[in-house]
Design a protein around this ligand. Structure first.
Ligand code: SF4
Length: 383
């Protein structure tokens, strides 16, 4: 479906597909992305080595960054009065929106207050949490291992696992580790009434627990997920369980790096050995446009419920009365053309001038797989 060359390209025309994404050694496992890495090692490597992400992040992810930043400012004493919240929020919002506005495939999210339905609710939730943190006083440790530390890098003794937990509070008897989540907290696949904590979050905290032991020499006595709505959720754990998760993470890191550094495998063989393509793991993956294992697996099993992506020769492009575009794509192995409607020309520079081939990611189905429509994440690449 997509041709591959040999090197990563600079973003001169970022809607041109890079020939391929490189593979670099993974220095450590970050607890916050360990769940992604367990789902697909290739995705975990690309996230962990900061490979260029080709599909846009969601507006909610951008809002989450603003919320984390404001809470971090409150925790470090940069906001020390309730009245400072509005100014801090505005400064963080402007900074995030400035980044979005310079991104070729995210700039239509620029006004986050319009792109996110519950923007105001989440802002007010953040205000309440900020006030709570201010009321408790700044949480800066005067000395490592005493008081509390926020967003400080910790790692295991061998450096295999390391990251930045949101908050570590030291108390008599041990340390308490908390992580804030601005999105959902419960496992979406579990029985809703049981409100089962997302297993990935629990694993993240257990890995942080191992890193706290190595960094500060104290045992964690409490692990907690905190929601933006003020809810607090205890993660049950024991030392042997944390050690087992750490052992698995270390083994995984070793296996990944031995594949990446193998002199006997081609680049394509390394990608295949690391990838676990499935509708579930690939759905929100921002590397799909440049992931050969994904593209070949969906070609082998087209009915498996993959994300709605399409590609082919562009047989026709029409501008409709409402200013939107419709294009017709002819796939190599299908007699029927696919129509894609509702395309906003300002969002898709790849369609001007008319390309020979186009690769479209994240579409909505209309009446059938032959009739598709743009949604807020639709991104179009050309060769
Ligand atoms: S597209 Fe799928 S197979 Fe490829 S890296 Fe992402 S999750 Fe893994």
């Amino acid at each position: 479906m997509v041709p591959y060359g040999t090197v990563d390209e600079p973003e001169v025309e970022p809607w041109r597909l890079p020939p391929r994404l490189g593979l670099r050694r993974l220095d450590r496992i970050n607890p916050s992305s360990y769940q992604s890495l367990k789902l697909c090692r290739l995705k975990g490597v690309w996230i962990g080595t900061h490979a260029r992400q080709l599909l846009p992040s969601s507006p909610q992810a951008h809002l989450g960054r603003i919320i984390h930043k404001v809470l971090e400012m409150a925790g470090s004493g940069q906001i020390d009065a309730e009245a400072d919240f509005d100014g801090a929020w505005q400064a963080c919002l402007e900074e995030e929106e400035r980044k979005i506005s310079t991104s070729w495939n995210e700039r239509h999210f620029t006004l986050l207050s319009k792109a996110i339905d519950d923007y105001e609710v989440r802002r007010e939730q953040c205000r309440l949490l900020t006030n709570e943190i201010i009321a408790k006083g700044p949480r800066i440790a005067s000395q490592e291992g005493k008081g509390a530390v926020r967003e400080r890098f910790i790692q295991t003794s061998d450096g295999a696992v390391g990251g930045y937990p949101d908050l570590i509070t030291f108390a008599q008897g041990g340390a308490m580790i908390s992580d804030f989540k601005t999105g959902r907290i419960f496992d979406p696949d579990a029985e809703p009434l049981l409100k089962t904590l997302d297993e990935g979050y629990a694993m993240q905290l257990k890995l942080y627990a191992c890193a706290v032991v190595s960094t500060y020499g104290v045992m964690p006595i409490s692990l907690r997920i905190e929601g933006l709505d003020g809810s607090k959720h205890k993660v049950t754990f024991d030392v042997s369980e944390c050690d087992a998760i750490l052992g698995e993470a270390r083994r995984t890191l070793g296996e990944i790096n031995s594949i990446i550094e193998s002199p006997n495998l081609s680049h394509g063989e390394k990608l295949s050995a690391l990838a676990s393509p499935s509708p579930h793991s690939c759905k929100f993956c921002r590397y799909r446009p440049c992931c050969p294992p994904y593209l070949s697996q969906r070609a082998k099993d087209p009915e498996a419920g993959w994300p709605v992506d399409a590609s082919g020769e562009v047989a026709e492009k029409k501008v409709l009365g409402n200013g939107k575009l419709i294009i017709r794509l002819k796939a190599k192995d299908s007699p029927n053309a696919v129509a894609v409607r509702g395309l906003d020309p300002c969002r898709h520079p790849a369609l001007d001038p008319l390309p020979k081939r186009a690769y479209l990611f994240d579409l909505d189905k209309e009446t059938s797989t032959q009739c598709l429509r743009q949604n807020m994440f639709t991104t179009i690449f050309v060769d």
